[in-house]
Design a protein around this ligand. Structure first.
Ligand code: IPM
Ligand code: MG
Length: 368
């Protein structure tokens, strides 16, 4: 299989973790006879430094023509004083919007070897397997620019959604729930917000087309509480942009670290942008200790979701699982025993597990 992958490392630890993902993908390509070509483009603060804007046109164009996009992270204190519309984060919001990536899938799965690394009790988090589906191109993040203002005494952000924007994400959620445990939790604030009332109405309407999926409506405050008191009651969760942003960071504590979580931002034709859900972590950038797993698992997500390479994706996830089980962990993971390693060493441990497979496979072939 031949694929063209665009890499947008961005800022802070984004660059450090992207290197590892690339190495893993190159090894997979070799093992399975694929040709992956990689092209790097600028986004976020590093694009501001190079081009004066957080999202250069050539970056968007390259992504439009690619088979998939991998993104590290954007932002950092260096750009705190730039005007709001030029902040690094605008690069990320604009690329999501311009590519039409309306559905953000954030799986939260706990690795058995990390059960004790979660600040929550083992018996609470054990077995957790949640998929948060976050609407990504509407809501407060994209309020009408002419209505957005701050005159020093009053400030306005607007939350607006078109009906079709809600319909498409809710449909995506029902379809995805059908491929999982068929339980969909819709999160809103329908006791207060007009937008949430329309959201809930659409969920009720669509539910008639998916009788095999059980639906539950939760207010966002209750959902926030239940996510950490009883994560096992959740399967597929669907919610609007800002609620999804907040709930997914919260849910990451189940897995032991925000650094573990991958994500996919997709549109209907399958084009996807894959990125860890964490930020650019300026406090640890340059130290070589960032957890590369969110990025590496995002690469696996890309193989499965955009290229249909299930076996290759499983292979990366198995190698990650083995490295964790062997005790390797970056300092963000509060693991009792085991070996504290750097970003590079963690990546190497996974690469080694990938090549163990090719060695044991070739031994198997010799005996067949
Ligand atoms: C995320 C991040 C972004 C968001 C920021 C960096 C703009 O927090 O991907 O969750 O809020 O969407
Ligand atoms: Mg976030």
């Amino acid at each position: 299989m031949k694929k063209q992958i665009i890499m947008l490392p961005g800022d802070g630890i984004g660059k450090e973790i992207m290197d590892g993902a690339k190495q893993i993908l190159q090894t997979i390509a070799q093992e399975y006879n694929h040709t992956f070509s990689f092209h790097e483009y600028a986004i976020g603060g590093s694009a501001i430094d190079q081009y004066g804007v957080p999202l250069p046109d050539e970056t968007v164009e390259a992504c439009q023509n690619a088979d998939a996009v991998l993104l590290g992270a954007v932002g950092g204190p260096k750009w705190d004083s730039v005007p709001v519309h030029l902040r690094p984060e605008q690069g990320l919001l604009k690329i999501r919007k311009q590519l039409g990536l309306f559905a953000n899938l954030r799986p939260i799965k706990i690795y058995p070897s990390l059960l004790h690394a979660s600040p929550l009790r083992e018996e609470v988090v054990s077995g957790s397997d949640i998929l948060i589906i976050r609407e990504l191109t509407g809501g407060l993040y994209f309020g009408t620019p002419s209505e957005r203002r701050n005159n020093g005494n009053s400030v306005v952000d607007t939350l607006s959604y078109e009906r079709y924007e809600m319909e498409r994400i809710i449909e995506k959620a029902f379809k995805t729930a059908q491929t999982r445990r068929k339980h969909l939790t819709s999160v809103d604030k329908a006791n207060v917000l007009e937008s949430s009332r329309m959201w809930r109405e659409i969920v009720i309407e669509k539910a008639r087309d998916y009788p095999d999926v059980t639906v539950e409506h939760l207010l966002v405050d209750a959902a926030a509480m239940k996510l950490i008191t009883d994560p096992n009651q959740f399967d597929t969760v669907v919610t609007e942009n800002l609620f999804g942003d907040i709930l997914s960071d919260e849910a990451s504590v189940i897995t032991g670290s925000l650094g573990m979580l991958p994500s996919a931002s997709v549109r209907s034709d399958g084009l996807g942008l894959y990125e860890p859900i964490h930020g650019s972590a300026p406090d640890i950038a340059g130290k070589g200790i960032a957890n590369p797993l969110g990025m590496i698992l995002s690469a696996a997500f890309m193989l499965r979701n955009s290229f249909g390479l299930e076996e290759e994706a499983n292979e990366i996830e198995r190698a990650v699982d083995e490295a964790l089980t062997a005790g390797f962990h970056t300092p963000d993971l509060n693991v009792k025993d085991g070996m504290k390693v750097t970003t590079k060493e963690m990546t190497e441990a996974i690469l080694e597990n990938l090549s163990t497979r090719s060695i044991s496979d070739s031994i198997c072939h010799m005996y067949v």
